[in-house]
Design a protein around this ligand. Structure first.
Ligand SMILES: [Zn+2]
Length: 436
């Protein structure tokens, strides 16, 4: 690595940057080749063989460069719980994980349910080379009763509404929300959960919940709501996106809906692809999330659906919680785990070795999330704004939660040995290149 490398260990202006010798991958443009990228004032120039005079040369031989990764499901805890995460710390965690864009959920305190709060979040995120898109609340105060002022919020660039943290309980409100958001070119993101079936539960309902004596959340608590959303989508013609799919029944419903040509999409998180409810046996609350870790059959079904595109998006459901909150008894501790800083390493280590190719992975984490959010997809081409994720695919590292940029440490992947890590990001005229 050249000495210039360390100058970018915090975001610096990409005034004249020469990224040398990486394998550049932009599948939508048919690009998979070793080449140099020259960036001037954040804009990609014509690829040249030699570093232009005065350029900061970054030796990226053995690295990959892809269009910027995007996490469609993130919880920042500001306003309300800044001890767990702020907008700034969330952006730092995103960059550290290789993401140039994130979509944050509205279940803050107070919830992001009007144009002013959306504007405020975006202003806080301005100094970072990470775009923060707000998924606004679908109903006022996330109370499930009255729709928010969707048209005013859409004017702030919002293209998704959700009461995530929970479902939109009333089917009448859900139908109106889907109809109205779709008229505005936006869509509903549903946290699919039947609250009656899930009531009191802390983990998946199954063999392990019985053995452990913990109240379970059945898979059909999720799938019943997925079925409801699909019916609403079919009836109204509106698009619906299903968040964090975890259950085999949900996968089957979404697959059938897609076969019918309905406008239904779905996302899946690393923990539902890699872990099962057996992990709850130690009562470690880092294995407690909602939806919960499911059975091996559910995990398999999610993996197949992720491979074949039934589940369109790879996202984290990054849900930071303070040590004090998470260090309680299993049934009392809050649901959720952090994910921004482990998602890439897990994907490169666990997915590519199990039959997913890099093109498909990029489809799920670069292109599909932006399309579902009605955002343009970045391209690696002369004249385009540089929106890049730099990856060292062979770097071996151990997940060390104490080193996270996130203010929270609640990960079930602590101590995992991973191969492949984000070297940095280039976006919004800035470059961040990590030294490790
Ligand atoms: Zn959720």
């Amino acid at each position: 690595m050249t000495s210039k490398y360390s100058r970018f260990d915090r975001p610096e202006k990409a005034q004249n940057l020469f990224l040398q010798g990486a394998r550049v991958l932009d599948p939508r443009r048919g690009i998979d080749q070793v080449m140099n990228l020259h960036i001037v004032d954040g804009v990609l120039q014509k690829s040249v063989a030699e570093a232009p005079n005065g350029a900061d040369v970054i030796d990226l031989r053995g690295h990959w460069i892809t269009p910027g990764w995007f996490d469609l499901h993130v919880h920042l805890r500001e306003p309300g719980k800044e001890v767990a995460e702020t907008i700034a710390s969330g952006c730092m965690a995103a960059m550290n994980g290789g993401f140039t864009g994130i979509a944050c959920m509205p279940n803050t305190d107070p919830p992001l349910d009007d144009a002013a709060s959306v504007k405020w979040v975006k202003s806080q995120a301005k100094p970072f080379p990470v775009e923060v898109h707000v998924i606004a609340a679908a109903t006022r105060g996330r109370q499930g009763k009255e729709l928010v002022e969707m048209s005013e919020i859409v004017e702030e660039g919002v293209r998704a509404f959700s009461d995530d943290g929970g479902p939109i309980k009333s089917s009448a409100v859900l139908l109106h929300a889907v109809e109205y958001s779709n008229m505005l070119g936006a869509r509903i993101f549903e946290h699919a959960e039947d609250l009656y079936l899930a009531e009191g539960g802390s983990m998946n309902d199954g063999e392990w919940s019985t053995r452990l004596g913990v109240t379970g959340i059945p898979t059909i608590a999720e799938a019943i709501d997925v079925a409801r959303c699909i019916l609403v989508s079919e009836y109204s013609g509106g698009a619906v996106h299903i968040c964090h799919v975890s259950a085999k029944e949900s996968v089957e419903l979404i697959r059938a809906a897609k076969k019918k040509g309905l406008r239904v999409t779905g996302e899946v998180c690393p923990h539902h692809l890699l872990l099962t409810d057996e992990m709850c046996r130690t009562f470690d609350t880092n294995f407690k999330m909602n939806p919960p870790l499911r059975s091996e059959a559910d995990r398999q079904a999610c993996w197949e659906a992720f491979l074949d595109g039934t589940l369109d998006v790879y996202c984290t459901d990054h849900a930071p919680h303070s040590w004090e909150d998470k260090t309680q008894e299993f049934d009392i501790a809050p649901f959720g785990i952090v994910g921004l800083e482990t998602a890439m390493g897990l994907a490169l280590t666990q997915f590519l070795s199990k039959g997913m190719d890099i093109k498909t992975l990029l489809e799920r984490v670069v292109y599909a999330p932006r399309e579902i959010l009605s955002q343009p997809v970045p391209a690696i081409a002369e004249g385009e704004l540089a929106n890049l994720t730099l990856i060292d695919p062979t770097h071996r590292w151990t997940v060390t939660p104490q080193e996270f940029k996130s203010l929270s440490r609640n990960t079930p992947f602590g101590g995992w040995e991973l191969t492949g890590r984000a070297r940095g990001v280039v976006h919004r005229g800035f470059a961040l290149i990590q030294v490790f």
